[in-house]
Design a protein around this ligand. Structure first.
Ligand code: NAI
Ligand code: A1CAB
Length: 267
């Protein structure tokens, strides 16, 4: 299988590194290109044996899956690169937030199969949650091959194209929302008495350990929380203070705005 990435930035690199490290596909079967940053391509070649080129015809020839991993506003330029050299074996897989399958087909002037995926940067450690939606002409065998690729770097969920907006808000942008919460927790922790360096180490390991508990425990999240909360203890005191703030409303607002922006990008 030959797969190609147009774009080698944050999201594409998380996916191709996740794929190589999962050992599902060899670096040498992956081809990458970008706008002009040859040094970056060389770096991935040295680290992962991934191939690179700016020869669009050579990139697209025999490519089973062509990932479109550029910002939505750069898609016109990429479509111009791809349009003259399409081959019938090319299945396009866009990870661009908000750009509908119809628009991708029109801009590429193609009747080839197109899928849209919405991964997240946790792909880097094979833990992406990836939503996917297929064009009607995506054959079953290619669907299965693509699903296997996605599952190599995390969990894949097939959804209606319209629901990709929800996936974008909840899990596409999701890591950034959680990182922001962690940053604020670290800032708050620094008001206490540990040294800043100890605070960083303590909270980073707290977050990693809590994630591992979610991964390994059969208990529900609320049960895990309950297990830490002694009657009349410190956790209850902290949680009671936390509940006086509108946390649920804050996250509803956050997700509502991310969802709205995803819909705007599709217009
Ligand atoms: N960063 C994230 O967490 C996520 C990003 N996405 C989507 O992934 C796409 C890429 O986002 P990032 O990787 O964050 O952006 P980025 O800015 O890190 O990377 C963009 C890449 O596109 C390349 N590019 C620009 N113009 C080009 C051209 N004419 N030909 C070839 N390559 C070109 C750049 O050289 C760069 O390698 C966006 O559409 C975004 O909506 C989707 C899910 C999560
Ligand atoms: O911020 C963005 O638009 C992209 C889509 C999901 C994560 N990053």
């Amino acid at each position: 299988m030959k797969i190609v990435f147009f774009g080698s930035g944050n999201m594409a690199s998380a996916v191709f590194i996740g794929l190589v490290e999962s050992k599902t596909i060899k670096g040498e079967d992956i081809y990458i290109t970008n706008r002009s940053n040859r040094e970056e391509l060389q770096k991935y070649n040295e680290q992962y044996q991934i191939k690179y080129s700016y020869d669009d015809e050579a990139l697209l020839k025999d490519a089973d899956f062509v990932f479109l991993a550029v910002k939505p506003y750069d898609f016109d330029a990429v479509a111009e690169r791809i349009k003259p050299y399409q081959f019938k074996e090319n299945h396009f897989v866009s990870m661009m937030a908000g750009v509908p399958i119809n628009q991708i087909k029109n801009k590429l002037n193609t009747s080839n199969p197109v899928a849209r995926i919405m991964p997240n940067t946790n792909a880097h450690v094979q833990q992406s949650v990836t939503g996917i939606s297929f064009s009607e002409n995506f054959e079953q065998s290619s669907k299965e091959n693509l699903m296997q690729l996605l599952e190599a770097f995390g969990t894949a969920i097939e959804v209606q194209e319209e629901s990709l907006h929800d996936v974008t808000a909840i899990t596409g942008s999701g890591p950034a929302f959680l990182y922001y919460v962690y940053e604020e927790y670290i800032k708050a922790a620094k008001h206490l008495g540990l040294s800043p360096a100890d605070t960083d180490i303590a909270v980073r390991n707290l977050i990693i350990g809590t994630g591992r508990m979610l991964e390994n425990s059969e208990l529900s999240i609320d049960q895990l929380r309950e297990n830490i909360t002694s009657k009349g203890g410190t956790t209850k005191a902290g949680l009671d203070a936390l509940r006086k703030h509108p946390i649920e409303e804050m996250f509803i607002d956050c997700l509502k705005h991310a969802l709205k922006r995803s819909k705007e990008l599709s217009e």
